[in-house]
Design a protein around this ligand. Structure first.
Ligand code: ADP
Ligand code: MG
Length: 210
């Protein structure tokens, strides 16, 4: 049944599904990073998501903690740029949901906005630099537009915006991270972190709409 909002236990179940789908996507994410970077993105994300599965194994205290603990587990288990970047996304996004006892379309918009701000502050990249921000920023803009919809409708629009952003990243020239040394040779490939963002939102959509 499509879910117009989620309880804390459903948020936990959704995050565990995200972890499994990222782990399954490891070869695709590593291949994307091989084209532009050092080829370790999938392995790093999979390591982080195994830590998330351990961290979320017990009772979750709140919606805030389910997301924030996901971020903390990634930060403490992953190396590379993406441990800090994806850890900050979930941790800062989760903190924005303090005190909420349901996760709805407003919560989705607040999660993404706070996560995006955290990532931009921490990493210094902006839209157009060919990073995961190029999938996350359009998702954030769309999420703000659909706050009054049921969560199951909002997440469809948000996941589509992230996928469009990833596609658009193909045409960009990398100016941040390892790929910046490639210059114009980075054109034609999507950013690896943007591919991870798409897996994350697609899995959230599939859980919320199932
Ligand atoms: P590393 O670059 O250390 O090998 P990963 O391969 O795990 O780390 O992750 C690379 C991804 O991290 C890139 O595809 C990009 O999306 C993201 N990234 C790198 N630097 C930044 C940054 N400053 N801001 C946002 N995202 C970044
Ligand atoms: Mg890498």
């Amino acid at each position: 049944m499509p879910k117009p909002s989620l309880s804390k236990d459903e948020v936990k179940a959704m995050l565990l599904q995200v972890a499994d789908r990222i782990i399954e996507a490891e070869p695709m994410l590593s291949e994307a990073d091989r084209n532009l970077g050092d080829g370790d993105h999938g392995l790093g994300m999979a390591r982080g998501m195994n830590a998330v599965k351990e961290k979320l194994a017990g009772e979750v205290e709140s919606i805030e903690k389910a997301f924030a603990n996901t971020g903390m587990a990634m930060m403490s288990s992953m190396g590379g740029a993406s441990g800090a970047i994806f850890g900050t996304l979930w941790r800062n996004g989760g903190k924005a949901l303090a005190g909420r006892d349901t996760f709805d379309a407003q919560g989705l918009a607040d999660l993404i906005k706070a996560g995006l701000e955290g990532v931009m502050t921490r990493g210094g990249a902006k839209p157009g630099d060919k990073t995961m921000i190029d999938a996350l920023h359009p998702a954030s803009v769309k999420a703000q537009e659909v706050v009054s919809l049921p969560l199951n409708e909002a997440i469809i629009a948000v996941a589509a915006a992230a996928a469009d952003g990833k596609e658009a990243s193909k045409a960009m020239i990398a100016t941040m991270g390892r790929a910046k040394t490639l210059g114009e040779q980075s054109i034609g490939h999507p950013d690896a972190g943007a591919c991870s963002v798409v897996v994350i939102f697609d899995t959230m959509r599939d859980y919320i709409c199932a």
